[in-house]
Design a binder for this molecule. Sequence first.
Ligand SMILES: NC(=O)C1=CN([C@@H]2O[C@H](COP(=O)(O)OP(=O)(O)OC[C@H]3O[C@@H](n4cnc5c(N)ncnc54)[C@H](O)[C@@H]3O)[C@@H](O)[C@H]2O)C=CC1
Ligand SMILES: O=C([O-])CC(=O)C(=O)O
Length: 339
Amino acid sequence: MFRSVARSAVGKHLLRRGYGTVSLPDRKVAVLGAAGGIGQPLALLMKLNPLVSQLALYDIANTPGVAADVSHINSRSEVTGYVGEDQLGQALEGCDLVIIPAGVPRKPGMTRDDLFNINAGIVKGLCSAIAKYCPHALVNMISNPVNSTVPIAAEVFKKAGTYDERKLFGVTTLDVVRAKTFYAGKSKANVADVNVPVVGGHAGITILPLFSQATPKANLPEDVIKALTKRTQDGGTEVVEAKAGKGSATLSMAYAGAVFADSCLKGLHGVPDVVECAFVQSTVTELPFFASKVRLGKNGVEEVLGLGSLSEYEKEGLESLKPELKASIEKGIKFANQS
Ligand SMILES: NC(=O)C1=CN([C@@H]2O[C@H](COP(=O)(O)OP(=O)(O)OC[C@H]3O[C@@H](n4cnc5c(N)ncnc54)[C@H](O)[C@@H]3O)[C@@H](O)[C@H]2O)C=CC1
Ligand SMILES: O=C([O-])CC(=O)C(=O)O
């Protein structure tokens, strides 16, 4: 373990952030896979978050440089880097929130499910350590295929006797980020005012943006809605192809991951009415996990919100996504229980 401390002049509990003096609790956040394409910019963004007091950066290689670099930023948190499995326990001990962008990304021609063979084992190992060292932490799962890695995490936690369904999240915020950007482009709305729920899962047709509920209302024609839906579903592939073998979305994902983590921290802090879409244990459909809007609170998920009214096109999309999502969930559960 190595520690680089660059504390700002900011006091431990008091920060002045333009909106008055607020009292902030101590919160430890870990990023697992912190030296990766997502991990590095995500570490940067979490270092900028005033709700974080300790930032633990873990990877199997290259964490010392990332941690030393990020630690020089004059924001509140103390940054510590951890490298290799021997140091994973120390990275996790006392964590309130663990963010997992560890694992391999896609190359052109691959589906997210093609990552299963490598990433399932990585996620399983990391979640076993979470169960041991910080069983009460919120877990933000970024590693793909999210439709399977979240069920794997749930099974690992169940086996360890630590599972709390309110604390496990598949991060689908990038789908919402994309849907907002693409919708704003077509509707000419100010992107900062746009809201679009995205439900289902996080792969291809399992990503179901609900443009009928998008605000501000724009009354876009059906063919435009269909094109927006397809672009949102294929957003990850668009980036994979543009990067031409050099990985998948990292910067937009780090942004999305930081937005979602910030909402989780706000919920823990007792900020009211924090709502985000996320892939969670659910009874919204007959599937055991499903992405929909969730209200976040002091214990993680406070309420899983329903789907609201859907257009005919969205109803069809919902029925079409269920078999694939069900199979991906079952694949994850089976993997966790057989190995
Ligand atoms: N949920 C979402 O919306 C998105 C998910 N992803 C997924 O995020 C994952 C990471 O993507 P990138 O950062 O681009 O990949 P990357 O290859 O750049 O970084 C992954 C990092 O994980 C580390 N790692 C590997 N095994 C590990 C272990 N056992 N413990 C800790 N760290 C380990 C590697 O050393 C590497 O630094 C991929 O599975 C990708 O598909 C990517 C974009 C969006
Ligand atoms: O497409 C990928 O492989 C990475 C990802 O999940 C996304 O960008 O949504």
